[in-house]
Write a protein that binds this ligand. Structure first.
Ligand code: BGC
Length: 764
């Protein structure tokens, strides 16, 4: 009893103390309100800070949060007006986010203005960090997406993006316009290199891995950034292969091929999305409410925000012609679900008027602003808006990041052909000639990379020189840029090959925009691929093939190294050159990785994530086609593509045996599949194991085979391992006539390596 009374007394005293403390904090809170608003108090929960801040904002300031501007360095003199307008917006608290700020200094300078103007709201800083932070001078540049897909290694993709996030935060960026998640089946399109290839499972898996790497479990953590899955939807399916051209497609194609990666990215928590420049079936994506609102928000449950692409709201008026003026364009886009306007003028005043006139509901603006402010508070930008400029160089391209750039480059190279064991080249050769327009060229880093310190990029000739044997004479002849190759330079290359034991010829496409000074007039200079550089003819540009023919005619063993983002129809090369390497765009360490493959220091393991056509007229050509697609062949060319999706050789040999699939499949339960893989050669190597399924007979046609699982396995000479997969039951599904996902009873084939097993599923 006494104890109880003491306890009560104690509690009473405690309550008085608490009351006293609360009143102190109440009065100090009031005082704080006078001097510094509640939303600037970091100990207050984020939701309350957002409420408080929003209660102080005018409509115009709220709309300002939906306004995205570009970094100043992006402007040349002729755009001074725009630059002035942007600065005014910033000083008036009307810029919610930026893109394309050049460096940490510029970021700090602009952020200082933002955080001392109006309500002192910091801006979010976005950039296209698509295979590393390549637009930043001195950052790590990893292989491009098509190259990364070639490694069939989602863990590697996740690590690349985790390192990218670290470099971004150190330099002042919070938001990556990445990953791309468009299934790509048209090599004429210039953006193929930015994508993960033709297979929906590979694209979904890699895009999800990129999101995991960038965002981690909490994208507001100090070493993480916001991801942006793009482009919604099917910009990779332009009717004529030309960027931004309309996509015309059936609901079936949309649901089977293009929607699964989008849904996967949203399920993986992508915080933001970006619509595509183009239209689908007559509706521009930026005005597509059915897509951006009904499907993305209502059906898939997306709760982040959608940033327009470059001036794409304007384009609803001046390009697509679905809005008669800019104000109507803004109304269409915002009401369809776009939250942020990228780039220019013609937005803030228009949206303010639309809300005042009741044409856009206030709640629509509030929803967006709440999401953006929540992220800014959670990322700690109100407390720590600046970055330490002195630390930048210790973090970007640090040794660990360079190492991953090298490892990923190695894994992203495909050995397409190797007759008579032309490769690897012996290090005891007396002399080799290295030539071709891309042998000493930064095309190896692909698109979306700004100029980089010379010492950071290892070109092919630099890699070869480093690795060639001490005694080897490495002769290098540069015939100039792709379009400089001419009869004279071809003759010179042939002359230089005279005493060479072998010739390494480096040719392909150049997607790199380094020569761009961000003035769009120079955008295409010397480029043959990349954004907005589409091609009607996907053979080698200029006289590169003539160069190959002339060198081959010398009778020397010639090795062709292809550098390209899009598959190139190199039929003559595939048929006449004994060894061909598809190196894609292997990034800053690409030259070293290619040299390692050439000399056998690394055993190539990549497999094609995209089919290489024999002729552009075959487009679209992809492995998971319907049975009748090649019932007849073209009468004027040879059958089939040059190389199918999944093709890739090694310097060792792998044998598959004992493919096991259970006899009884249980509805909705995983299907365990196993296979033994043995390295029967004398070199260690990695084997990418691809598992395909075919539904033998079904109510609607289905692909002849479709990838359902994949993995990489490392095997020492003579070693064998059991590779196990757990296939989801859904891997057997198809879309029926009503486009409903079902698994139909019947026989299925599982294919791994050269093995196949049939099993039956019957609904009991
Ligand atoms: C591209 C986007 C990119 C944006 C911002 C556009 O031209 O289509 O993919 O994120 O520019 O740089």
């Amino acid at each position: 009893m006494k104890l109880f009374i003491d306890c009560q007394r104690y509690m009473k005293g405690y309550r008085i103390l608490v009351l006293f403390a609360m009143s102190i904090s109440f009065f100090s809170g009031c005082k704080m309100k006078e001097n510094s608003p509640l939303y600037l108090n970091s100990s207050v929960p984020v939701e309350r800070r957002v409420d408080d801040l929003m209660s102080r904002m005018t409509l115009k300031e709220k709309v300002g949060q939906m306004n995205q501007r570009i970094g100043e360095s992006f402007f040349t003199k002729d755009r001074e007006n725009l630059k002035m307008n942007m600065l005014n917006d910033l000083q008036n608290g009307l810029v919610g986010s930026y893109l394309m700020i050049e460096n940490a200094e510029e970021y700090n300078k602009l952020q200082r203005i933002a955080t001392t103007s109006g309500l002192k709201i910091p801006f979010l800083n976005a950039i296209d960090a698509i295979h590393g932070l390549g637009l930043y001078y001195g950052a790590t540049v990893y292989p491009t997406a098509i190259s990364q897909a070639t490694a069939f290694d989602p863990k590697m993709v996740e690590q690349i993006n985790a390192q990218t996030a670290v470099e971004m935060r150190a330099t002042g960026y919070h938001w990556a316009f990445w990953p791309y998640m468009s299934v790509t089946r048209d090599p004429r399109w210039g953006r193929v290199g930015e994508n993960f290839g033709e297979d929906p499972l590979v694209v979904s898996t890699m895009a999800v891995a990129a999101i995991k790497g960038l965002q981690g479990d909490d994208y507001t953590a100090p070493d993480k950034v916001i991801a942006c899955a793009k482009q919604v939807l099917s910009d990779s399916h332009p009717n004529n292969g030309v960027n931004v051209s309309p996509a015309v497609m059936s609901d079936r194609l949309l649901k089977e091929v293009y929607l699964p990666p989008l849904e996967a990215c949203i399920q993986a928590g992508a915080r933001t999305l970006m619509p595509a420049h183009n239209e689908i079936n007559g509706v521009p994506s930026h005005a597509n409410k059915e897509l951006l609102h009904d499907l993305v928000r209502e059906t898939y449950g997306f709760d982040g925000y959608i940033v327009s692409d470059w001036k794409d709201i304007e384009k609803l008026d001046n390009f697509h012609k679905v809005a008669p003026n800019q104000k109507e364009a803004v109304k269409l886009a915002i009401n369809a679900g776009v939250d942020i306007h990228m780039f220019g003028d013609n937005f803030v005043d228009e949206l303010v008027e639309l809300v005042e006139e009741g044409q856009v509901p206030m709640e629509r603006v509030d929803r967006t602003v709440r999401a953006i402010l929540t992220d800014k508070f959670r990322m700690g930008l109100f407390e720590n808006p600046f970055v330490d400029e002195d630390k930048v160089n210790d973090i970007i391209a640090n040794p660990e990041h360079r190492q991953l750039a090298l490892e990923s480059a190695r894994k992203s190279i495909v050995l397409l052909k190797n007759e008579k064991n032309t490769l690897p080249l012996s290090k005891s050769l007396q002399k080799i000639l290295v030539t071709g327009p891309l042998a000493d060229h930064n095309a190896i880093v692909g698109d979306w990379v700004h100029s980089q310190p010379d010492e950071n990029i290892i070109t092919v000739i630099e890699g070869i020189r480093e690795l060639a044997g001490q005694q080897m004479d490495v002769e290098f002849y540069n015939p100039g840029d792709i379009f400089d190759v001419n009869e004279e330079s071809i003759a010179e290359a042939v002359k230089r090959s005279k005493d060479a034991d072998a010739v390494v010829l480096v040719i392909g496409d150049n997607d790199n925009r380094t020569q761009t000074d961000w003035n769009l007039n120079h955008f295409h200079k010397n480029r043959t691929g990349g954004e907005n550089v589409d091609r009607a003819d996907i053979t080698l540009s200029g006289m590169q093939e003539e160069l190959a023919k002339a060198l081959s005619a010398t009778g020397k063993p010639v090795v062709v190294v292809l550098i390209n983002g899009r598959p190139l129809a190199v039929e003559w090369i595939a048929e006449n050159i004994p060894a061909v390497i598809e190196a894609w765009q292997p990034g800053m360490k690409g030259g070293q990785a290619i040299a390692e493959v050439l000399f056998g220091d690394y055993n190539p393991s990549g497999r094609l994530p995209m089919t290489i056509p024999r002729n552009g007229g075959q487009i679209p050509i992809f492995y998971n086609h319907r049975p009748s697609m090649f019932a007849h062949y073209y009468s004027d060319i040879k059958k089939g593509p040059l190389y199918w999706f999944g093709h890739g050789l090694s310097y060792t040999t792998f044998v598959y045996h004992d493919l096991n699939v259970p006899e009884t499949i249980v509805k909705d339960q995983e299907i365990p599949v196993s296979v033994m893989v043995k390295n029967t050669g004398v070199l260690a190597g990695d084997e990418i194991v691809l598992l395909y399924v075919n539904d033998k007979y079904s109510s609607v046609t289905t692909p002849v085979k479709e990838l359902k699982a994949f993995t990489r396995v490392h095997l020492e000479p003579g070693e064998e391992k059991e590779v196990k997969f757990n296939l989801p039951f859904e891997a057997l599904s198809l879309l029926d006539k009503e486009l409903k996902k079902v698994v139909e009873p019947g026989e299925f084939e599982v294919m791994v390596g050269d093995l196949m097993k049939t099993f039956e599923w019957t609904e009991k």
